[in-house]
Design a protein. Structure first.
Length: 265
């Protein structure tokens, strides 16, 4: 099943190797950096928690769970033109009802440059319209089936540390796909105005130990250049996954990059 959204860093290109590593037993699937949740939609686990710091994104999933038809219809009524896009983009999400906010979020996601999510300091979405690098709108059937898959998930908007601490139990399986830590903001690749920094990475490493200590499982994918940081315990395993990147959206920036998958099982 296709995810509902386009998303920078989506795991769609890595689904093959990720499917192979998933734990077999009936665990609770928990994704604290869910984004478009490509692996969740591919696997459709029976019990799940999807979370992200992006409140607009989580509002979209919540609306898709409760009012999928309304979200689909409202977004489908909007014209796919630059003028319409700019009109929708300039309204603050806070001024809209939850359903309208979700429908507009979906519309902007499908029509913006490369499916990026970026806001200015005032929290206003500011990714440009793209006439060519857009994603097709899903058919009603595709959209509604993906929304139905969300029924098995609790959706939460919060920082990863809180979500992990609140869900530490032996049956949990955490799939972690954090943004790469950056020292400075990178135009066009930030997910929101608060980029993931070195101190966030350190908090995440503490969380990995806490997951392991409680007897739960985790799998984390990350930039191969800093992979050694994740081998905090000898029995944890690492493998390389080759992924085709196109975040920049320009042909010369598309290249194969490798990520390292670290698991504690
Ligand atoms: C690489 S993307 C995840 C992509 C996802 N695996 C997919 O298939 O689309 C990383 C996500 O982490 C979220 N994020 C960034 N900082 C966070 C934080 N401190 N806590 C929780 N989520 C965060 C971003 O909003 C973004 O959606």
């Amino acid at each position: 099943m296709r995810p509902l959204l386009r998303w920078a860093g989506s795991k769609r290109q890595m689904l093959g190797p990720l499917r192979e590593m998933l734990p077999r037993e009936d665990s609770i699937y928990i994704e604290p950096f869910c984004g478009s949740a490509a692996l969740f939609f591919d696997q459709r686990p029976k019990r799940a928690v999807l979370s992200d710091i992006n409140a607009d994104l989580i509002n979209f999933y919540a609306a898709c769970k409760s009012r999928p038809r309304q979200v689909f219809r409202l977004s489908g009524q909007l014209k796919r033109t630059k003028a319409e896009y700019l009109k929708i983009r300039k309204h603050s999400p806070a001024e809209r009802s939850k359903i309208a906010r979700a429908a507009y979020f979906y519309y902007l996601n499908r029509n913006c440059f490369n499916g990026l999510y970026r806001t200015n300091r005032q929290g206003m979405f500011n990714v440009p319209f793209s006439a060519s690098r857009t994603g097709r709108m899903l058919s009603e059937e595709e959209f509604l089936s993906a929304c139905a898959a969300l029924k098995s998930a609790r959706v939460v908007s919060c920082d990863f540390e809180r979500l992990i601490k609140e869900n530490l139990e032996p049956e949990a399986f955490f799939f972690l796909d954090p943004p790469y830590a950056v020292k400075h903001r990178q135009p066009f690749t930030d997910y929101n105005s608060q980029a993931f920094g070195e101190s966030d990475l350190q908090r995440l490493l503490v969380c990995l130990k806490a997951i392991d200590d409680v007897g739960a499982k985790f799998a984390i994918t990350y930039d191969s250049s800093v992979s050694e940081k994740f081998m905090l315990r000898k029995r944890w395993r690492q493998s390389e996954i080759i992924v085709r990147r196109n975040i920049a959206g320009f042909a010369d920036a598309r290249r194969n990059a490798s990520e390292i998958l670290t698991t504690n099982f």
